[in-house]
Design a protein around this ligand. Structure first.
Ligand code: IDP
Ligand code: MG
Length: 133
């Protein structure tokens, strides 16, 4: 079964939206295979978002992601990677389709409530990043 990595970001954890967001995954046939709440260090955030290291928003993104706890989970299901991206909605909540997580809960481009792997290849790397034994 396909797996993907999800992060419920600080803005959503702070607003007690963890249960509502997990419930959206479950309603869409994604199973919560593993889950944990952690506070990322700045270094961990920088390592996780390494692909964006040359983007102008990299430092702000890593500062934000390490500002307060996040909930990291592995979601499992048919087409889990693509399905999670669909359920999340577009990166900017302003552009996110109605009923998607970012449409319902996102505050801004940076405080957009969730992260989701963007390919099967990256899902494997991201799952290993947080859950490798
Ligand atoms: P994604 O989360 O939809 O995959 P990415 O392009 O991978 O979007 O960007 C990673 C994260 O960086 C986004 O979720 C968002 O929080 C933040 N981000 C992306 N573009 C910008 C920007 O132009 N300004 C500020 N933050 C941004
Ligand atoms: Mg991305």
């Amino acid at each position: 079964m396909e797996k993907t990595l999800s992060i419920i970001k600080p803005d959503a954890v702070e607003r007690n939206l963890v249960g509502q967001i997990l419930s959206i995954f479950e309603k869409n046939s994604l199973k919560i295979y593993s889950i944990k709440k952690i506070k990322l260090s700045k270094k961990m955030a920088e390592d996780f978002y390494f692909v964006h290291k040359n983007r102008p928003f990299f430092n702000d993104l890593c500062t934000y992601m390490s500002s307060s706890p996040v909930v990291v989970s592995v979601l499992e299901g048919d087409n889990a990677v693509a399905k999670n991206r669909e359920i999340m909605g577009a990166t900017n909540p302003k552009d996110a389709a109605k009923g998607t997580i970012r449409n319902l809960y996102g505050i801004s481009l940076d405080k957009n409530s969730v992260h989701g792997s963007d390919s099967k290849e990256n899902a494997k790397i991201e799952i290993d990043f947080f859950f490798k034994e």
